[in-house]
Design a protein around this ligand. Structure first.
Ligand code: FAD
Length: 425
């Protein structure tokens, strides 16, 4: 058994580095154990504007500005399923327009910047060190067993264990509380490209999101001129493609969209094709005596609205505050110290989840892409899509609820119209 810390953080992604930085800035001894050597490739390159105030509070905003990442002012959706409609989302037009801009980042560099900021803030960071087990005394987490790059195992004690292990969801898998969201069963293939033709009707820097039958695509531009391209699809399509390799399946999916083919005409793929599936999942329990879950390890929603990194930062920051407060008050972390954290985190996830479910509902998506939604409704939805989900004002809640109600009403009337005579059977 080696030295003891206030907190051990499993994973050095955005959630883990946020917790470590916030705790270190509060004067806590925090240790991050990260199994990879940074920089390392990671999906999740389009950030939301409401991440920026969190970067300010973590003291990393100036470093991010200096890194010169691609600025992003919005998103552009094409409804190519029915061929009708587009939806430009312009963050400056949000009801809450304090944060009109975000960044598009290569996660290898970005995550390394955040993690080195944790170290500069006073956290201890060990890369190439994998957590093999969380140690419990009774129901209380008291540390971890970790394996370093030399293969040596050691037990390290801490008053708190923070699970920021991302999709690996280390602790909730061990405790058997991880649940997949069957409504969001999707798979994704993605790669980096050079030489993509930028469409005339989209603004430079925006994320582009063409939506076709059974598959939607992302094009994320970076400041060096290269771009990330992804296809998120119904896994049933994998069989239909008959493609023996990931590369061929990716080509097949891209070829389903004449728009994507147009963007990619003359482009060159510069990375291998990456794959991930069944990623939308939640951990029923986000807290316990001596432990807390943050970021993807707590919950991951489908990526259509680029919410993952924002939620990693937001939950990371809140969890760190709750941990610091509990340690100050009684020198340990009990499950009940995290009740407010868990409630708030679940609310944040739920506010986005309604829109994610809506996106896969043809009636909702058709409504989303109508040319002239009421102005207040459009602005309220834009605020949510910018990440403005923490303490939303009444007017925002009212308009987003109204939109969901209108969609629900539309769905019912469409169903009735489809019945013979247009009347209920
Ligand atoms: P991660 O970033 O995954 O970090 C977890 C870290 O923990 C990793 O570095 C891992 O190596 C480490 N780790 C895991 N297990 C151990 C262990 N046992 N010991 C030590 N270290 C460990 N989000 C966006 O904001 N914008 C997007 O455009 C976007 N697109 C996406 C597209 C797809 C297809 C998918 C699947 C996700 C996308 N996301 C996007 C989501 C985003 O990738 C995640 O939400 C985000 O990375 C979560 O951060 P995290 O810190 O919780 O986890």
């Amino acid at each position: 058994m080696t030295e003891s810390y206030d907190a051990i953080v499993i994973g050095g992604g955005p959630a883990g580095s946020t917790v470590a930085t916030a705790l270190a800035r509060a004067g806590r001894r925090a240790l991050v154990l990260e199994k990879e050597k940074f920089p390392r490739f990671h999906v999740g390159e389009s950030l939301l504007p409401f991440s920026l105030p969190i970067f300010e509070r973590l003291g990393v905003a100036e470093k991010i500005r200096a890194a010169g990442y691609q600025k992003k002012f919005g998103a552009f959706f094409w409804n190519d399923v029915t061929g009708s409609g587009t939806r430009p989302v312009i963050f400056a037009d949000a009801l809450d327009d304090r944060h009109p801009m975000a960044y598009q980042v290569k996660r290898a560099e970005f995550d390394a910047l955040l993690l080195s900021h944790s170290a500069a803030s006073g956290a201890h960071v060990r890369e190439e060190t994998s957590v093999e087990d969380v140690l419990f005394e009774g129901r209380r987490a008291v540390g971890v067993r970790a394996r370093g790059k030399d293969g040596r195992e050691e037990e390290i004690r801490a008053r708190v264990v923070v699970d920021a292990s991302g999709q690996g969801a280390f602790l909730s898998k061990r405790l058997g509380t991880r649940r997949f969201d069957s409504k969001l069963k999707r798979a994704a293939l993605f790669a980096h490209y050079e030489g993509i033709r930028w469409p005339a009707d989209a603004r430079p820097g925006d994320i582009l999101l063409p939506v076709a039958e059974g598959v939607w695509y992302w094009v994320i531009p970076f400041s060096d001129g290269s771009m990330s391209v992804g296809a998120v699809y119904d896994p049933a399509l994998a069989k239909e493609s008959g493609a023996p390799s990931l590369e061929e399946r990716f080509e097949w999916l891209l070829a389903r969209s004449p728009r994507m083919l147009d963007f990619l005409g003359g482009a060159r793929r510069t990375s291998k094709v990456f794959a991930i599936s069944d990623y939308s999942a939640t951990s029923g329990k986000m807290r316990g005596d001596g432990y807390v879950l943050v970021g993807d390890a707590a919950t991951f929603l489908d990526p259509v609205f680029s919410t993952g990194v924002f939620l990693a930062l937001a939950t990371g920051e809140r969890a760190a505050a709750a941990v610091d407060d509990a340690l100050s008050r009684h020198g340990r972390l009990d499950a009940r110290d995290l009740a407010a954290y868990e409630k708030e985190a679940k609310k944040l996830f739920a506010r986005f989840r309604r829109f994610v479910y809506g996106f896969y509902d043809p009636v909702f998506f058709e409504g989303f892409c109508t040319p002239d939604p009421p102005e207040k409704m459009r602005k309220a939805v834009t605020t949510v899509l910018a990440g403005g989900v923490e303490n939303p004002p009444f007017v925002q809640t009212f308009w987003t609820q109204l939109m969901l109600l209108v969609v629900g009403f539309d769905r019912v009337t469409q169903r009735l119209r489809r019945r013979p005579g247009g009347a209920p059977a």
